[in-house]
Design a protein around this ligand. Structure first.
Ligand code: ADP
Ligand code: MG
Length: 267
């Protein structure tokens, strides 16, 4: 059983405080969904957890099984078992996915899983998540569509088998079939049928469709860099229905429930 503990995390970019005190605990085999309006700081949270150098950590701690991650370079956090599927995966010209994963496996002392074993695994995993084979030989994400990039992220997750995955809008840009395949692959890592260690997931998403498969243990609403509310899956349903108006406290942002034009004729 592994544990990712985020305590009072505060971070800034460009001199502006974005994360203003985040507390979250994710354990192996758990899925925590993070929802929230655009600009709330969701991607910032993912980037800060992974150690993106552009962000300044102002306070707090992030521990993976008791090991403080803040201050460690990104590759050490990855070695400790943290994985980020970024909102916008980057192109890496000249470097195919096989090379990326080979180096990653070697760096964590898993040489025996590189080479032919990795090749066979990638082909099998690519088939499972509906990724066309040709993409495996191309430089990472070069010329890939948004949806293909998200599948490639899922493929890397499957091969690397991290302890915790940060999924930043893994569902964006995916068609219905791709979403189902990707979601089921992640769910299989969370609740493995083999004796593999269960994955813990922090899933940033705007939609319930991903959560219908991932079955979150908790849903957190991030607003202005703080967790405004935590609850169960019913919270995701309420957000899909009502939006974030209740959290934003702005009349202008409220959906037209009653009121509006109809009211002109009600009196
Ligand atoms: P979310 O993923 O929740 O939509 P982000 O974490 O991407 O939001 O962004 C949070 C806030 O940080 C936004 O208001 C965004 O404009 C701001 N931000 C992001 N990058 C920078 C930057 N380089 N300089 C200043 N502000 C930034
Ligand atoms: Mg974002």
């Amino acid at each position: 059983m592994s544990e990712l503990v985020i305590e009072a995390l505060r971070a800034a970019i460009g001199g502006q405080e974005i994360l203003r005190g985040i507390d979250l605990v994710v354990r192996s085999g758990e899925v925590h969904a993070v929802m929230g309006p655009n600009g709330a700081g969701k991607s910032t949270l993912a980037a800060v957890l992974m150690g993106h150098p552009s962000y300044e950590v102002l306070g707090g701690s992030v521990r993976l099984d008791g090991v403080e991650l803040l201050g460690l370079p990104t590759w050490k956090r990855a070695g400790a078992g943290l994985y980020l599927a970024p909102q916008d995966p980057v192109e890496i010209p000249g470097v195919p996915i096989h090379a990326v994963l080979t180096e990653a496996l070697k760096a964590t002392g898993r040489e025996e899983e590189a080479g032919e074993v990795l090749s066979a695994l990638l082909v099998a995993e690519a088939a499972e998540i509906g990724l066309i084979g040709g993409l495996l030989d191309r430089p990472l994400n070069v010329g890939a569509s948004g949806g293909e990039r998200k599948r490639v992220e899922t493929l890397q997750l499957a091969a690397l088998r991290p302890r915790f995955a940060l999924l930043d809008e893994l569902d964006s840009g995916l068609d219905v079939d791709a979403l189902r395949q990707v979601a089921h692959r992640v769910a299989a890592a969370v609740r493995p049928s083999s004796g593999a260690a269960p994955l813990g997931v922090l899933a940033i998403t705007h939609y319930r469709r991903l959560l219908d498969v991932l079955l979150p243990d908790a849903v957190h609403v991030l607003v202005h860099g703080r967790v405004a509310e935590s609850g169960g899956p019913e919270l995701a349903a309420a957000i899909e229905r009502d939006g974030y108006a209740a959290y934003l406290g702005e009349r202008a942002a409220q959906p037209a429930r009653g009121g509006g034009l109809d009211d002109l004729f009600a009196h």
